[in-house]
Write a protein that binds this ligand. Structure first.
Ligand code: ADP
Ligand code: ASP
Ligand code: MG
Length: 406
């Protein structure tokens, strides 16, 4: 007997037929003698639709009310799945974030989980009841509903698995595992049997939607046994493991892209200490994350250009923050462009090998693709390029690093 957390994403619960199929899958785990906690997402497309409603009501939507609205998609599915399970003769009860509670901080729209009260859930699991938890949501310090950021149900699942000391956390989705790149844009993408926590974390943080960044982070921190599997068939999935569980490391294990990027350039800012801080400070105060940064060396020695990226959703706010601080920062002109994509290559193998970045730059040059900004970490190289070249760049890099399926 094991204790399992199973998470089902939007496409896996997209309609009543799929919810019934999920209930059958859960039942077979229960029949095999396991204790099962299930985490559900909203039906595919519902969260986006709800978010659009909030934008239509108010451009400056109140973050607390935004959370009330978008959290509702998961509420519906948790009740429907509990009913479908009961219909199959399985004892089941739904749980919303606030009922457990899953306690979060107060950062509405991208809250972080602080703790999960498990006593009642433990008790239900012990008597064979399935607990169906609405993902993506929690209870903030002001007693209001919070949400964890888009894709956050994965994080609910991993956090719950850690709190319940589950033997495994299975992320059921519409692909049968983690691939060397998004299988939807590269036909030759290869499924990985295993991937390290660190690589998964980097992949998620640079845009691979298959797992929420915070979920990878929590799994690594708490050593949660994590698996990404298909809810549509029984093919073996991808295990996310610690580095010592993989014998041979590929130099590069994946190529990832993110279209959710925008580039901002301040032209001719003073080339003196404190200027970058003067620009990035107001953005940090406004809770805008800045990702890649380049500062050009100035030809004349007195003024320079500074370019950085933010997520596309933050572009408008970032531009207005900078305009509001124009006098304090002191720049001649401000330009921005959301027609960009960030492409990254990731692999723990690059720690011990030189030449990874060079191969990336050579490959893009051969295709005539101009690199606008570069950033690196120990196990990742990212470049910002024009969005129109996304597929071309990802496919060429996938081939260049020998990742293509035979
Ligand atoms: P869910 O609704 O189940 O949470 P998501 O849409 O959030 O599913 O994540 C699954 C999707 O992630 C896949 O359909 C696939 O297009 C995308 N994806 C991006 N990169 C990868 C990758 N490297 N491996 C697998 N899937 C990926
Ligand atoms: N339903 C939420 C979203 O679409 C959370 C999730 O699916 O993980 O972002
Ligand atoms: Mg998801």
């Amino acid at each position: 007997m094991a204790r399992l957390v199973q998470k089902y994403g939007g496409t896996s619960v997209r309609d009543i037929e799929r919810i019934r199929a999920v209930a059958k899958r859960v039942k077979s785990a229960v029949d095999a003698g396991n204790q099962v906690a299930v985490v559900v997402s909203a039906m595919a497309g519902v969260t986006s639709e709800l978010a659009e409603y909030t934008a239509k009501i108010s451009a400056l939507c109140d973050a607390r009310e935004y959370d009330v609205v978008v959290a509702s998609g998961e509420q519906a599915v948790s009740g429907l799945l509990a009913m479908a399970l009961q219909d199959l003769g399985v004892e089941a009860r739904s749980w919303l974030g606030w009922q457990i509670p899953i306690v979060t901080d107060g950062a509405h729209g991208r809250a972080r989980i602080d703790s999960i009260e498990t006593a009642e859930l433990e008790c239900r699991l012990a008597r064979g009841e399935v607990v169906v938890v609405a993902g993506f949501q929690g209870l903030g310090p002001d007693n209001r509903v919070t949400t964890l950021g888009r894709g956050g149900s994965d994080t609910t699942a991993v956090a719950l698995a850690a709190a319940l000391k589950a033997d495994r956390c299975d992320i059921y989705t519409d692909v049968d595992g983690v691939y060397t790149t998004d299988p939807r844009i590269v036909a030759k993408a290869r499924k990985l049997d295993k991937i390290t926590f660190e690589e998964m974390l980097e992949m998620a943080s640079v845009g691979a939607k298959v797992l929420h960044t915070r979920a990878a982070e929590l799994a690594m921190k708490h050593g949660v046994r994590l698996q990404v599997v298909s809810s549509f068939d029984d093919a073996p999935g991808t295990l996310v493991v610690s580095e010592d569980e993989i014998l041979e490391h590929e130099l590069v294990s994946s190529v990832t892209y993110s279209r959710d990027e925008a580039k901002i350039t301040l032209l001719r800012v003073a080339d003196r200490p404190g200027v970058a801080a003067g620009i990035l400070g107001p953005l940090a105060d406004a809770n805008i994350n800045v990702d890649m940064i380049v500062q050009n060396v100035s030809a004349e020695g007195d003024a320079t250009d500074l370019t950085f990226t933010v997520s596309e959703a933050d572009l408008e706010r970032a531009v207005s923050e900078i305009k509001n601080h124009r006098e304090a920062i002191g720049y001649v002109d401000l330009i921005w462009d959301s027609n960009v994509v960030k492409v990254s290559v990731i692999g723990v193998g690059m720690r011990s090998h030189a030449g990874v970045a060079r191969r990336m730059f050579d490959t893009l040059a051969e295709k005539g693709i101009n690199i606008q900004v570069i950033s690196t970490s120990e196990i990742k190289v990212s470049v910002l390029i024009e969005e129109a070249y996304t597929e071309l760049a990802v496919r060429a890099l996938h081939t260049a690093y020998g990742l293509d399926a035979q």
